[in-house]
Design a protein around this ligand. Structure first.
Ligand code: UDP
Length: 329
């Protein structure tokens, strides 16, 4: 929101504040350029009112976090799948009422009413693939349907299909973003995300809970880098109808992340290895390696994340201290 306002846009936000906080928007609301509508994305009437007159839509409304997905799978699945359906339904309705087509007539499927619909997906859709670097055109390797974790990826993949099919059949300009482990200020440690959790645990002098043996790897990217990349893609004609990985390709193991957090905070915490079965019950499902191939986004907009892991760790620590964020478990 801050980045959109800084680029001179006026923004309407629809958020049910289920995991967000109104205070996070305080500075942009004070600018007078942001309107907040507190509603669920499934609320068609409010959603249509929210997108009416907007040129670009960023669809981020979703239940996120492996913790949330494994604890409340049905709620998350419904929120995410229904959220996508609701969005595309509203786009079609608003577009057919007032959208402009190339010929000046009403636009099919809302294709003329919007310059771009940016759909947030997730690196989770790659599933268990351990390819050295995951490419947008790779096959997806999801686990079985009785393991709740994969329902998140399935719902995100459904959203991608919905967006790309609407693009192909009705000309709606869409861009799909697959985010890889994005972290930064205001991210709560409550929904399972490892970095804010480790920082919160270290601040309290509690053991850092490394799941499994900690050899699994991730690449963490700073939210500011990701936001700038997304806004550049939204404005780029070459991103229409395309899927993009976004994130960092600086790979680190979870164990080494824990060690770096302890060193940075000077904490007396030690590391506790928690067996996967204690975390996920019988349905053990973790992703052993996750590294994005960033050549597509680099090629189109020259994307180059500026903040490296040390900077991300420092920023997470500083903002937790400043906001005195609670420690989630
Ligand atoms: N993880 C961990 N301890 C925690 C939380 C997460 O070791 O307290 C691990 C988790 O098993 C995964 C990695 O950290 O391998 C990243 O987890 P996160 O939920 O942040 O993101 P994911 O990449 O799984 O979506």
């Amino acid at each position: 929101m801050e980045a959109l306002v800084a680029r001179g846009h006026e923004v309407r936000v629809l958020d049910d504040l289920s995991t967000g906080r109104r205070e996070n928007l305080a500075s942009v609301l004070a600018s007078g350029r942001v309107e907040l509508i507190v509603a669920q994305v499934q609320d068609q009437e409010r959603l249509r009112a929210a997108i009416e007159g907007c040129r670009t839509i960023y669809h981020l409304a979703a239940s996120v976090g492996v913790g949330a997905v494994t604890q409340h799978p049905l709620e998350c699945l419904k929120n995410n799948a229904d959220g996508f359906q609701s969005l595309f339904h509203a786009i079609e309705a608003v577009g057919s009422q007032g959208g402009r087509s190339a010929s000046g007539g009403p636009a099919a499927g809302g294709s003329g009413a919007f310059d771009r619909v940016v759909v947030f997906s997730s690196s989770e859709v790659y599933g268990k693939s351990t390819a050295p670097a995951l490419r947008e055109d790779d096959d997806l390797h999801l686990g079985p349907t009785h393991v709740p974790r994969w329902s998140y990826a399935a719902a995100k993949a459904f959203g991608e299909f919905l967006a790309l099919t609407t693009h192909r059949e009705q000309g709606l300009p869409v861009t799909i973003i697959r985010c890889f482990n994005t972290v930064g200020p205001r991210q709560l440690p409550t929904y399972g995300m490892v970095l804010p959790r480790f920082v919160a645990q270290a601040r309290r002098g509690e053991p850092l809970t490394v799941y499994g043996d900690g050899a699994q790897t991730r690449c963490f990217s700073f939210v500011e880098d990701v936001v700038n990349g997304v806004l550049d893609l939204a404005a780029h004609p070459g991103a229409d109808g395309q899927v993009f990985n976004i994130g960092s390709d600086e790979e680190t193991s979870v164990l080494s992340l824990a060690e770096r957090v302890i060193a940075l905070t000077g904490s007396s915490s030690d590391i506790r290895f928690i067996p996967y079965s204690d975390v996920y019950g019988g349905d053990v499902a973790d992703i052993q390696r996750r590294v994005p191939d960033l050549s597509r986004i680099r090629g189109l907009i020259g994307y180059a994340p500026r903040t490296r892991l040390d900077g991300i760790l420092r920023a997470t620590l500083e903002t937790q201290i400043a906001a005195d964020l609670p420690v989630g478990r």
